[in-house]
Design a protein around this ligand. Sequence first.
Ligand code: NAP
Ligand code: MG
Length: 495
Amino acid sequence: MNSPIDWRAEAARLDFRNQAFIDGRFTPAISGKTFDTISPIDGRVLAHVAACDAADIDRAVAAARAAFEKGSWSEVAPRQRKRTLIKLADLIAKHANELALLETLDMGKPVRDARGDVAAVAECVRWYGEAIDKLYDEIAPTPRDALALITREPVGIVAAVVPWNYPLLMAAWKFAPALATGNSVVLKPAEQSPLSILRVAELAIEAGIPAGVFNVVPGFGETAGQALGRHMDVDAIAFTGSTSVGKLFLRYAGESNMKSVSLECGGKSPNIVFADAPDLDAAAEVAADGIFGNSGQVCDAGSRLLVEEKIHDAFLAKVSELSRKYKPRDPLDPDTIMGSMVDRTQMDRVLGYIETGKSEGAALKVGGKQARIETGGFYIEPTIFAGVDNQMKIAREEIFGPVLATIPFSTADEAIRIANDSIYGLEANIWTNDLTKAHKTARALRAGVVTINTRDAGGIVVPFGGYKQSGFGRDKSLHALEKYTQLKATYIKLG
Ligand code: NAP
Ligand code: MG
């Protein structure tokens, strides 16, 4: 039997990659500037990371373009790209503990969750690798005197700008399909979590991805992120992050080269529990995990809990009881299921929303305070509000923390109306045993993902993305390939 891992001892042995990865090697920012990446576990500075700006982005895009033009990735047979991506997936799996530890130290998620994330990253890379030599192009139904080929070609240079809540997984959902289709990629991680993806960039070279095809450029959104958004030689932006920054990328594209933009943005997902749910205990477990998992820093967190009136009090009691399990603990303890917030700013923002909820007249039932202050880290208790009105700020705005807003309803129509009364439309969950009600409600909900008697389900094989201001374009599944390819129609006159 394997002995349990001493994660603290492993952490002490870690080596951080802290420079940009451009054209197959690590390099400092041209300006020589760095920024501190701080561990929210204890507030300690982990590393000084290259603070790249527009000059570094120019360099990375030029390397990406040169590699694309050379064709050593963009033009090789799909089965060759398949082999290389599968090798990268194997390397990610081989280094899973190291990568998980980097994520935990950098953004404070429990190490057991980080291990799960890294497994999902390896699966994502493997899945797109395996898929890419099984896709065929089309021939159009023309008259006999012509042949029309409809082929998919890579867009060229894909810039991915990603958040900190699942640093590697959100990156993989972009870079795996973008690389599989033959593009070159320039990726900017969030300033809070650059460490794990820098290590993966190095593994990509080890797997055989040619230099310049996959570049990682750490830096700030305002500088490095904006430079990618406005770059005249970037062909597509794949963004995951907040709705407000997503809107900036639309503007950047409009004011530069009209690059294509796909946006995976925020959410305020309704979790609708009807009294006839098949298993209220299971529904309560999922409701708790859906808002306290990853400290609620989840785009499709079930942050609005809509409960049918006749079971409201009993169900709320169950979720409140379960919330105790999520008391924040040391993220490096393998039994911990809720760690810290990503940084002080996010903690303060969430605590601010808790004060807003109180002043709006919602009933604070559980939590509401900072925790583990003595560690120097940034922790918040699992928090539950009851008696929330959907017009309150805590029901309308994305809090991105472990704060649940519970809203009672009496009919399915009322639940649907409340659920849809949001600028967001990322995910919605329904709990009922009534097939007709489940389907009717699912059809009426304006959300890119609807789950019945579960949440956040399906893994890599189902598309993920939002309606309304949750964005457009889809990650995961073969549909993600649409963002990274363009159609060419070649029409040949035969005689
Ligand atoms: P964010 O502040 O929007 O940042 C996302 C990325 O954009 C980061 O790399 C950030 O860089 C960059 N950025 C920030 N300001 C920019 C600017 N002016 N120009 C160009 N780039 C800029 O989001 P976050 O706080 O990292 O993540 C939380 C958000 O992500 C939430 O709204 C959540 O719902 C959303 N999210 C959505 C999904 C989904 O699939 N729908 C998944 C996960 C998260 P810096 O870090 O350097 O600021
Ligand atoms: Mg940010």
